[in-house]
Ligand binder design. Structure first.
Ligand SMILES: Nc1nc2c(ncn2[C@@H]2O[C@H](COP(=O)(O)OP(=O)(O)O)[C@@H](O)[C@H]2O)c(=O)[nH]1
Ligand SMILES: [Mg+2]
Length: 303
């Protein structure tokens, strides 16, 4: 299956909700068209600002192109929706970095951080990159075990310590091992106790500084993992996390379980943050690189 097919399959619930309604709307010339389209986008969690902007733009465009077919109008809408995603360079800059790329996985409990850490390791390895994992969610023994299982299954090294150990110490060891073994990427799983913001902030700050201790130029990506099934609440979670740590990108999980995948658009547009990956299931192969054009097509187009 190609990437587009996988994205379409993963977003089936959202597409069922949006695409057939869009199809009906576009093939029917109705005075209420624009208002209905706007409502449809809002109820799919695209957010009122994006919905308004897109519909106003489409109305404008259709006035200028009265001969446009429904299909051409839909293509225009697709293009504009895809343009709501900020343009950012890929995670891997070329030429490749000299040291390891360090990825910090942050987010509240249960969103899918540990699972996504494992999936991400699998993804990078498939790209021919060497990977090491760090179990810096030392708060729960189960989280360490869970990550070690992923490591065993994928045959990827996992750095861990005892439950309750200092997360920064685990992070330090992970990055040190990555440097010593000249690995490409170190992915560090963290605990997400948002209930105690002050502690979490201090913990993430400490992790950030030990990672850069030996080489201040170490590239660090802080990827916030968000559960797409919580809809608009993901927006407030993102706001909270941005107060705690400099989030550099997003991963939306569980898109297979929601019909309101439009929230991805709202998040990216409001915060100008790149969406790096989407999760569409529990298996290693269920993490997909995010492609705005494919994403938008797979939610707006029927077929
Ligand atoms: N359906 C589905 N389940 C997911 C996805 N990502 C994670 N999960 C599940 O969500 C649950 C919590 O994941 P976990 O990685 O332990 O979350 P953490 O507490 O943030 O580390 C697990 O049962 C995962 O299998 C996804 O993309 N789709
Ligand atoms: Mg976890």
């Amino acid at each position: 299956m190609g990437l587009f097919e996988k994205i379409k399959e993963g977003l089936a619930k959202t597409r069922t909700r949006i695409a057939s309604a869009v199809d009906t709307l576009f093939s029917r010339k109705d005075p209420a068209f624009y208002q209905e389209l706007e409502e449809l986008l809002i109820t799919s969690d695209v957010g009122p600002v994006v919905a308004r902007t897109l519909v106003a733009d489409l109305e404008d465009w259709q006035k200028k192109h009265p001969e446009a077919t429904p299909d051409e109008s839909l293509s225009h809408l697709e293009q504009k929706m895809a343009a709501e995603f900020p343009q950012t360079p890929p995670l891997w800059e070329s030429p490749p970095q000299t040291g390891p790329l360090v990825i910090l996985m942050v987010g509240v409990n249960g969103v899918g951080k540990t699972t996504t850490t494992g999936k991400l390791a699998s993804h990078f390895r498939e790209q021919g990159r060497s990977v090491i994992l760090g179990a810096a969610d030392t708060f729960r023994a189960a989280a360490i075990e869970q990550l070690r299982k992923w490591g065993e299954q994928l045959d990827i090294p996992v750095v861990y310590q005892k439950p309750g150990a200092d997360p920064a110490s685990v992070a330090f060891d992970t990055v040190k091992a990555a440097r010593a073994r000249k690995l490409d990427v170190a992915i560090i799983d963290t605990a997400g106790r948002l209930q105690n913001k002050h502690n979490l902030m201090a913990e993430l700050q400490k992790i950030g500084s030990v990672i850069r201790k030996e080489d201040p130029g170490t590239p660090v990506e802080i990827l916030l993992v968000l559960d797409a099934t919580i809809g608009q609440n993901a927006l407030s979670q993102l706001e909270e996390f941005r107060k705690i740590t400099p989030v550099s990108g997003l991963i939306l999980t569980k898109l297979d379980g929601t019909s309101k995948g439009g929230v991805v658009v709202a998040l990216a547009q409001k915060h100008h943050l790149p969406v790096r990956f989407i999760g569409v299931g529990e298996k290693a192969s269920d993490l997909l690189p995010f492609e705005p054009v494919m994403f938008v097509r797979s939610i707006l187009r029927r077929g």
